[in-house]
Design a protein. Structure first.
Length: 244
């Protein structure tokens, strides 16, 4: 299938949200076409992680240069859209499915890419991995909470710590993974606060079992590093899903 192409500094997993603020002209045109009545794209476009280039085009004469993205990305669908008087858009999209990207056509107002769906495979033993990953995820979130609280206590006056604790409680609510191994593997991929290259590797794994095994190792690794104080401070605002 041929769909609009939006390379970003993000790895989008199926089922997860993607909020977007659209202000560049080529992507304004894309947004208009995505949400127009009778759109051939039915609100769908392709996202992949940028490997070379800028997310926002430089302000200079001539056509904008498209950033290059990973060969495996995600088909997303617009769920809500709002346009401002100055032409900017705010979109809320959600990941639908992984896809292999092919040829890119940059001849129009925005890029189009050939995208082929990747199969959704559960893999051997995936159902038994979900409870183990849930335990590791609970431990990871608890460790993150302790780490941020400890870091904040070193820089915040005591009277402000109640506000910090309340903010942490609001941001780091318990996450109950779905029973479906595929959905669970994508949820953990979105929650993990790791480098985009690691997230991309998770997205590319062929089945839920492989992804859950890799995530189990990452959750345990990140928890150990946080507990040892080996990672830099994490701001509460950085713990949520941030597409850009």
């Amino acid at each position: 299938m041929r769909l609009p192409y939006f390379p970003l500094h993000v790895v989008l997993f199926p089922h997860l949200p993607l909020p977007l603020h659209i202000f560049e002209e080529r992507y304004r045109a894309m947004a208009r076409d995505l949400v127009s009545d009778g759109s051939p794209y039915a609100g769908r476009f392709v996202v992949s992680m940028i490997t070379d280039g800028l997310e926002v085009a430089e302000s200079r004469p001539g056509p904008a240069t498209l950033a290059r993205g990973q060969r495996i990305g995600t088909i997303a669908e617009v769920r809500s859209a709002e346009q401002f008087d100055d032409g900017r858009w705010v979109l809320l999209a959600a990941g639908l499915s992984r896809a292999v990207l092919g040829a890119v056509d940059e001849s129009g107002p925005y890029a189009l890419v050939e995208a082929a769906l990747l199969p959704e495979v559960t893999g051997v033993g995936a159902e038994h991995l979900v409870p183990r990953v849930q335990v590791a995820l609970d431990g990871y979130l608890a460790t993150v909470k302790r780490f941020v609280a400890t870091t904040a206590s070193e820089s915040q006056p005591p009277e402000e710590m109640d506000n910090v604790t309340a903010s942490l409680d609001a941001v780091l609510k318990p996450i109950h993974l779905p029973e479906d191994p595929l959905a669970a593997s994508y949820a953990v991929g979105g929650v993990l606060q790791v480098e985009l290259t690691r997230k991309q590797r998770l997205l590319e794994l062929p089945d839920a079992a492989s992804r859950l095994r890799a995530e189990l190792q990452l959750l345990r690794r990140e928890s150990r590093l946080l507990a040892d104080g080996a990672l830099p401070p994490i701001a509460p605002a950085d713990l949520g899903y941030n597409p850009n």
